[in-house]
Ligand binder design. Structure first.
Ligand code: HEC
Length: 196
């Protein structure tokens, strides 16, 4: 009895298959066409592998090509100031000194001050990739900042790094950042994870 029922189900399903509309038939054909799967052997390529390395000189979509910073116009700097305030200041502080509330509560690895000579010496392209891809404990901001906004943030950061601290909120950030760094250097076990 059960076998009969199973058989009738099979017939029913097969019937559905044959009654599929044209587009669905096309999809089925694509599904059934001869194809290779990843890591399969192939008689076509000389090295016998289906998966071939990219040709020499291939450029990945993610690769930054000669990252040329746009000219830091007043408009770009205004955009950068706004985006820095929204997306970077939360951790690195309004003035970039790393004196934020988040930094005060992060003990393992705090957002560093971006106002040090070492940070000023980081190439633009590196800061760009830190914003886009994240770095260590810092998440990626690729989804929040488009290409122009990333450059705007960098232009504003460069301006910050060149300018002496004046605004009151930057001064507060600066002294809080200094206190946090003093706290960290007084701790017995310094961070040993990062290399940069
Ligand atoms: C959620 C907190 C957070 C935010 C927001 C944040 N950062 Fe960071 N950032 C960090 C931390 C933490 C590190 C240190 C990462 C590590 O060493 O693991 C860091 C490191 C950096 C560095 C140093 C990278 C290096 O090579 O040493 C730069 C530059 C930087 N951030 C720029 C930015 C900019 C620009 C923004 C805004 C788009 C931003 N960060 C937003 C937490 C943050």
């Amino acid at each position: 009895m059960r076998r009969v029922r199973l058989l009738s189900w099979c017939l029913l399903l097969a019937g559905c298959g044959s009654a599929e509309p044209g587009w669905s038939a096309a999809l089925q054909r694509m599904k059934r066409q001869p194809r290779y799967d990843a890591y399969e052997a192939s008689a076509f390529f000389p090295d016998g592998k289906v998966m071939q390395p990219p040709p020499i000189g291939a450029v990945s979509r993610e690769q930054v090509l000669q990252p040329a910073a746009p000219r830091p116009t007043a408009e770009l700097l205004t955009l950068g100031r706004s985006r820095f305030g929204i997306f970077c200041a939360a951790c690195h502080g309004r003035g970039g000194y790393g004196g934020s509330v988040v930094a005060a509560n992060m003990t393992e690895r705090r957002p560093p001050s971006l106002r040090t000579p070492a940070m000023a010496a980081l190439p633009d392209a590196l800061v760009y990739s830190v914003i886009r891809d994240g770095f260590g404990r810092m998440p990626s901001y690729a989804a929040q900042l488009d290409e122009r906004e990333r450059w705007a943030v960098i232009a504003y950061l460069r301006q910050l790094q060149r300018t002496p601290t004046a605004a009151p909120d930057e001064r507060a950030d600066s002294s809080r950042g200094a206190r946090l760094r003093a706290l960290d250097s007084a701790r017995a076990a310094p961070w040993s994870g990062g290399t940069r």
